[in-house]
Design a protein around this ligand. Structure first.
Ligand code: ADP
Ligand code: MG
Length: 697
């Protein structure tokens, strides 16, 4: 896919100046110099030839229409030229020219007009405002980058052109190659989603890397990425944060959820591996590009020093990976072939004076053992060490077998030639063992993602119509915030359990309702303007009799007026008192790029302090909710500690799924909080004690 951009049969460079100081010249030279085998047409108004190629005054003057046009001319000329390209039958565009959306105002207008032409002629366009594209498979360097990367199996896309040039420069010195290299620029047409689609089914790309600043189409990204990652690992680094919107945040969930949580959830749910640093991005990429996928989580270590072996072992355990337990045959083989002082258990210690032959014994034994899924070789330079020969042994043994082998040669100065050998032989090497283990952890994450069952979505029998009507009524009365009674109806329509409750508007009414419900009751202030009722003493639990109910009404009403003089007070809610259970929070906030983000966490009045929540984008699958619930720090509290019975996790999960269904059915819900949801012991269910729903204004 996108062959017209990455593997066109012919290319025109519009703005290919004969003047070597001009960008257009540089682009043409990059195409000419790097082995592109298609036809090249320099387009320039006056020149007869550029770089010894016959030049044409316009695309329309070229005898056969070029498949790709690279545009390097002033912005005000771009629209006409692109129109002409469309008329001539050009299929792909790389618009390097800047001066569009990134300059705002008129530039943004120009970009819209540009996109309209591109779409009208069904062309595809990278840019505008980009460095260009490089494809080492078709040897096309349609960019003004200063150098051409080597061949490789890493496909790289970046929203930042400056990052592109830095990476190219660095990778050249490290000997790291790429299959494709794209500077996305303003991504008016081809964006990260289009590239994922185009690259995902191409075996030339063993791994896809993305440097992202923002994602244009959040739901599209999640949908496409979750398919692509089932075959091709995708590693992304996300920099900066996006505008969280200007709307005032009026719920617990809203204050906890930022765009960061949305990205985290989106990456998690689409199987994307997230790199935290640029260093990690390439640490991970090399392992995926150079070695086979990890078939399981059991690792062996071969080392010539004890300390690093322990460091690596600790890192492996922290990463949720496992130290392999060797078979009897392996141990026997190691005993017979290593000196008596060597450690024949995992980590295999071949001892400080080991030459390459001992590494051969250790590595071969580990690779042959069916209980081992991958091997990390640690090397410290010591007297008698053979760094290069050891690297050769690794390359020989790692070749043509299904387990990844990676190295951590610790040191740099005396190891330079060996490090070059390792890289040439596609053994990823890491300066320190922790970095190697982090790469293995990323690979294991990918392994688990690929092995996971397809996502299963629940669909509960709910009363959607009732909620639709209710929302219409709320809107008709000019509100966006639902009252407790309305929120309660919504919850009930979606099958959630709530204690009985009714709104009292006078002390007398409070006493009547309380008597009808049965004592003790809980009484709460009811106001659309008071977010945290407890903060102003607006919640009283354990109201014991009718007289207390009357007094409590007066008290709550008084506190409301005193602490929040401008608040609209609807009355006092009288509620059946629920028995104690574990309090959790289920909430929703709407992310501007990804849509509804559902939170689950420890609830009650301390949520903002504990900030122990995990997020998933709706709709949430059964597997995702199980993982979501288990990923909060306080999960052990739900499992039960010190003899406590476990909480009803199934009920907690079901509540999240019902909420996910609700916000998927009603995109107009912008924020929602259930806090607390009281979860009882296993088999006893859960009840909603406090709920808040806010609609789009
Ligand atoms: P807010 O969050 O606005 O302060 P809540 O309605 O969540 O008000 O009440 C605060 C706390 O009071 C809850 O976390 C819960 O511990 C307790 N509570 C509220 N309603 C009930 C109820 N019906 N039964 C028992 N305890 C309740
Ligand atoms: Mg609450």
């Amino acid at each position: 896919m996108l062959e017209q951009i990455f593997a066109p049969k012919s290319v025109a460079v519009i703005g290919a100046s004969p003047d070597p100081t001009r960008l257009g010249h540089r682009v043409l030279k990059n195409i000419v110099d790097n082995g592109y085998s298609g036809t090249i047409y320099p387009i320039h108004p006056k020149a007869a030839t550029v770089l010894d190629l016959p030049a044409y005054p316009a695309v329309s003057a070229v005898p056969a229409p070029p498949e790709l046009a690279v545009i390097v001319i002033p912005p005000q000329l771009v629209l006409d030229v692109v129109e002409e390209c469309g008329q001539c039958g050009v299929r792909g565009l790389v618009v390097i020219t800047a001066g569009f959306k990134e300059v705002g105002g008129a530039g943004a207008e120009l970009e819209r007009a540009l996109l309209e032409i591109v779409q009208r002629y069904e062309m595809r366009m990278v840019g505008p405002n980009c460095l260009g594209i490089i494809d080492t498979v078709s040897n096309l360097n349609a960019s003004f980058a200063a150098l051409m990367p080597g061949d490789g199996e890493i496909a790289f896309m970046s929203q930042s052109g400056a990052i592109c040039t830095a990476i190219l420069d660095w990778s050249k010195s490290e000997g790291i190659g790429f299959s494709r290299f794209v500077s996305l620029g303003n991504k008016a047409d081809v964006d990260e989603v289009a590239l994922l689609k185009a690259w995902g089914d191409d075996p030339q790309n063993k791994v896809i890397l993305a440097y992202l600043e923002g994602i244009s189409d959040g739901p599209g990204f999640v949908q496409v990425a979750s398919q692509v990652t089932k075959n091709t690992p995708v590693i992304a680094i996300k920099s900066g944060t996006t505008a969280a919107g200007t709307r005032a945040i009026s719920s617990h969930t809203g204050s906890l959820a930022g765009s960061e949580s949305a990205y985290e959830a989106a990456f998690n749910q689409s199987g994307i591996i997230r790199a935290r640093t640029m260093e990690q991005l390439f640490d991970f990429a090399l392992l995926f590009a150079y070695q086979p996928l990890l078939p399981g989580p059991r690792l062996a270590i071969v080392t010539n020093a004890g300390g690093p072996g322990i460091i690596a072992t600790d890192a492996i355990e922290r990463a949720g990976l496992r130290m392999a337990e060797f078979s009897a045959a392996t141990i026997e083989y190691l005993r017979a072939n290593l000196p008596p002082t060597a450690n024949v258990f995992n980590p295999i210690d071949v001892i400080g004076d080991a030459r390459a032959d001992r590494y051969r014994v250790g590595l071969q034994a580990a690779l042959n053992d069916p209980n081992v899924d991958g091997v990390l070789v640690l090397f410290t330079p010591q007297a008698g060490s053979e760094p290069e020969e050891t690297a050769r042994v690794m390359a020989e043994l790692a070749a043509n077998q299904p387990k990844p082998v990676l190295a951590s040669y610790m040191g740099a100065w005396s190891l330079e030639p060996a490090l070059k050998l390792l890289n040439a032989d596609k053994i990823p090497n890491y300066e320190f063992p922790e970095r190697a283990v982090a790469a293995l952890q990323a690979m294991d994450q990918h392994r688990r993602w690929r092995a996971a069952e397809p996502a299963e979505y629940a669909s509960f029998d709910v009363d959607r119509e009732r909620v639709r009507q209710l929302f219409a009524e709320v809107r008709a009365s000019g509100r966006v915030e639902l009252g407790e009674i309305e929120a309660r109806e919504v919850m009930e329509a979606y099958g959630l359990r709530l204690p009985q409750s009714r709104l009292a508007r006078s002390p007398e009414e409070a006493a009547e309702i309380a008597s009808a419900i049965g004592f003790p009751v809980v009484m709460k202030i009811s106001s659309p303007d008071i977010l945290h009722k407890s903060d102003i003493g607006g919640v009283v639990v354990g109201v014991a009799d009718a007289a207390a109910a009357r007094d409590t009404y007066e008290l709550i009403d008084y506190r409301g007026r005193k602490y929040s003089p401008n608040a609209r007070i609807w009355g006092v809610l009288v509620q059946e008192m629920a028995r104690k259970g574990r309090e959790v929070l289920v909430g929703v906030s709407r992310d501007p790029q990804f849509g509804p983000l559902v939170a689950f966490g420890m609830g009650g009045i301390y949520v903002e302090v504990l900030k122990d929540v995990s997020f998933r984008l709706a709709p949430i699958s059964r597997q995702e909710v199980a993982e979501q619930v288990r990923s909060i720090r306080s999960f052990p509290l739900l499992q039960g500690v010190r003899g406590e019975a476990p909480a009803d996790l199934a009920a907690a999960e079901e509540t999240v799924l019902r909420v996910s269904q609700l916000v998927t059915d009603f995109p107009e819900i912008v924020e929602m909080d259930i806090n607390p949801l009281v979860v009882y012991n296993r088999g006893e269910g859960a009840v909603v004690l406090d709920a808040r729903i806010i609609l789009q204004g």
